[in-house]
Design a protein around this ligand. Structure first.
Ligand SMILES: Cc1ncc(COP(=O)(O)O)c(C=O)c1O
Length: 369
């Protein structure tokens, strides 16, 4: 039987099992408990912010940050034209309009020059996404934000531990939003986190996360809040994962190096970038094939799948989706890149032999073109 290599699977050790069991046995299985506090404290320390607030997932972390800033109908928020749809959806939940700025052709993250072109009097915030583990170019983004008085919410869902000029993502904007979905650098099953140095944001987000219940008067609610809490069981898993994050990132970088070495002879391809100012955590190894269109890409994915190798296409440009379709949106780089890219198996558990096996097949297939 051909072996099956998934694009991504979590790495769970005895440490995770032990912490989760401790949480379950303690009886603190909902959203109060020692692991919640510890996970938040340790995550804040890791990212380098004063505060970290757990949430039910990465999408709710983004939404909670946006509503905490008072973003609402009539406002606009600039997001990258190419990202997982949750970035744009979180904006849409508030009633505000996501406005798509194109991506940079080298980093595949939001292009600061295009952000400037998309600013109007309604713009309230920018959400740069650190796509596939590579940080967005934050300095020019932060400068634009200062000039126009905008909030910068970093979408760090795919980039735990990635660094921009030596600083961890999630500590650069007014806040960061992380996801701990099962395929992320570290996971809690489902889960998310807001990181910030801003006490007012932290307090407001904490309040809204818990049904906006008054601190002084229990069961008194002064506005419509949410239940966006994480459970203590999830936090137990998250804490164990966080204690292993350096090793996980080291392995991710190693896996990328193996691919780079095995695929280096092929013309007309590109792998993930790593700018001189960046530390990429290579959440997903990316392969861009210059002569791919959607059909050739899908066929390539199909052939690999038949040989037991799971891959996935890049995200589609958000403005291609029916709910965000708008003929005025011009994102040429996003529309050029999406059809050329696929994500290769990138799990922590991969061995050098696996990468060699996958790469050999890729080389064969691309040389036969
Ligand atoms: C860029 C990006 N933003 C937001 C999210 C949303 O996170 P979640 O799935 O935890 O809601 C994800 C991933 O799932 C993502 O990749």
């Amino acid at each position: 039987m051909t072996k099956f290599i998934p694009v991504s699977e979590p790495t769970i050790t005895e440490k995770e099992v032990e912490y989760v069991l401790r949480a379950v046995k303690s009886g603190w299985i909902s959203s109060l408990g020692e692991f919640i506090t510890k996970f938040e404290e340790e995550f804040a320390k890791y990212v380098g912010t004063k505060y970290a607030l757990t949430t039910s997932n990465g999408t709710t972390a983004l939404h909670l940050a946006l509503v905490s800033f008072g973003i609402k109908e009539g406002d606009e928020v600039i997001v990258p034209g190419l990202t997982f749809i949750a970035t744009a959806n979180a904006v849409a939940y508030t009633g505000a309009k996501p406005v798509f700025a194109d991506i940079d052709s080298e980093t595949w993250c939001i292009d600061p020059d295009d952000i400037k072109k998309k600013i109007t009097s309604k713009t309230k915030a920018i959400i740069p996404v650190h796509l596939y583990g590579h940080p967005a170019d934050m300095d020019p983004i932060l400068e634009i934000a200062r000039e126009y008085g905008l909030y910068v919410i970093e979408d760090c869902a795919e980039a735990h531990g990635a660094e921009y000029k030596g600083k961890k993502v999630g500590s650069l904007g007014i806040c960061g939003a992380f996801s701990f979905y099962g395929n992320k650098i570290i996971t809690t099953g489902e889960g998310g986190m807001i990181t910030t140095n801003d006490e007012r944001l932290y307090e407001k987000a904490k309040f809204l996360r818990d049904h906006a219940m008054s601190k002084e008067k229990r069961y008194w609610h002064t506005e419509v809040g949410y239940n966006y809490r994480m459970t203590n069981i999830q936090a137990a898993l998250g804490l164990a994962q966080l204690e292993r994050i350096d090793d996980i990132i080291r392995k991710k970088r190693q896996i990328f190096e193996w691919y780079r070495e095995y695929l280096k002879g092929i013309n007309g391809i590109k792998l993930n970038p790593e700018k001189e100012w960046a530390k990429n955590v290579f959440w997903m190894v990316c392969l861009l094939v210059e002569n791919f269109n959607e059909e050739r890409r899908d066929n390539f994915i199909k052939v690999l799948k038949e040989r037991g190798i799971d891959t996935r296409p890049f995200f589609y440009p958000c403005s291609m989706m029916p709910m965000y379709k708008n003929s005025k949106i011009i994102n040429p780089v996003s529309y050029e890149i999406y059809k050329k890219g696929i994500n290769l198996p990138s799990s922590y558990n991969l061995e050098k032999d696996d990468v060699e096996y996958i790469s050999d097949l890729i080389v064969k297939l691309l040389k036969n073109k």
